[in-house]
Design a protein around this ligand. Sequence first.
Ligand code: FRU
Length: 490
Amino acid sequence: MSINPSALERVRAFEREQAMKLSAEGRPLFHLTPLVGWMNDPNGFCFYKGQFHLFYQYHPFSRQWGPMHWGHAVSGDLLHWTYMPCALAPDTAADAGGCFSGSAVPLPDGRLLLAYTGVQPAGTFRRETQAQCVAVGDGTDFEKSLLNPVIRHAHMPVGYSEFDFRDPKAWMGPDGRLRMVVANRHEKRQGTVLLFSSAEGLNWEFMGEIDASCEEYGRMWECPDFFALDGKQVLLVSPQEMHAREEFHAGYGTVAIVGRWDEKDCRFERETVQPVDHGLTFYAPQTTLAPDGRRIMIGWMDNWETCKEAPRRHPWYAQMSVPRELAVEKGRLVQRPVREIQSLWRDTVIHDRVTVREETALEGVKGRLLDLSVTLYPADSACRRFTLRVAKDSAHYVLVRCDLARGELVFDRSHGGSHRDIAHTRHVPAEVRDGRLTLRLLMDRESVELFINGGERVVTSLIPTPIAADGVTFEADAPVCLSVEAHHLG
Ligand code: FRU
């Protein structure tokens, strides 16, 4: 039953009005931002009718989180996005408290199924509850099922929560039946990922629990994703309230569990556990399969702990990460920016095997729209410490320092222009391998995404640094040989 049938139309009218007023100025070149207002998690990432669709958690009316809608954009190359009208508004009894995160699956009949979290507002004696809803449409307009919510608390064994039950990620199984993973907070095991299946998307059967935090990797797990890749099975989750351990930092984390999957027994066996991204601003990633077989992941380039403090300089707030191609190599998840990025390469500057010591700028290597690769060859050098500074002027810089002896890299944006007492640094393993260490930095005005050693580890961070700070310098504690390839992006 619709409590406000025109809510979506009102949002769409507001978007049309805003689209006429807003300029592209200040927007990143290739990172998706919301048309207007607030954005968080990527939702419904899929390839449908010849283009990539990306939906997102959206509050059009302010630059703060609010009643959740689904924004929508489409792209042919994952870099240039065209806005579509808002896809979902919280306008039915099943989702009046918000249309939270979810996913999209093209159906055999040619329609697109959206699976999302319907939040039901708190009553006088009850907290807000969460359940899974569906809507079906043509890629622009979606009709919510009158049967929503189609997966409720009653679908699960005892012990699972009706308050923390969200973020359905659905896909089509090889047998033509739909599968869906959903996050739930179990009273004992905390964050868990549950599996459901369905013939048509309306009647869902509980198949079992895939994995659980058991307080080891945070409490509630958000935004699960589950897929086969390179002969392994990968589970992605975004835990809340993690403790720092191994390579994980405290707070909101991203976890990739690589293992083996036996669907028959609903048994997932962990082999390796690693952070998806070590950066200051990366959360809630979601993947899709491209028509050419690539598994592509995109994340919210932000963090719940710090976003409230972040400056609101534009009529929109927040960005997605660059879409990344995933692979499993030597049992670990590896990521690289989508190869389409090469279409943005303009002027290329190469410095092959130069030696640096004192802080040095290299001819033609500067800017805030850059795809910069640095290969360090420390083998014949006494160099123990190498420092790269980007977004630099006389007052600011963002620092990447490699401690070669310890095999550790520090990313530090403390001098990047923030006046907030929040986390600005991350320490990440970064080892010299076969005589070299490679760093690839993708810079798009207000962000840096650093891919270490071919994407073995990634550090993603927004930087508040004034755009005029565009210097890049190299420094080492002893002469060291390096090669630099800088592609200016346009
Ligand atoms: C993750 C998250 C999801 C939820 C959404 C609400 O960032 O908390 O679990 O569905 O954001 O906007």
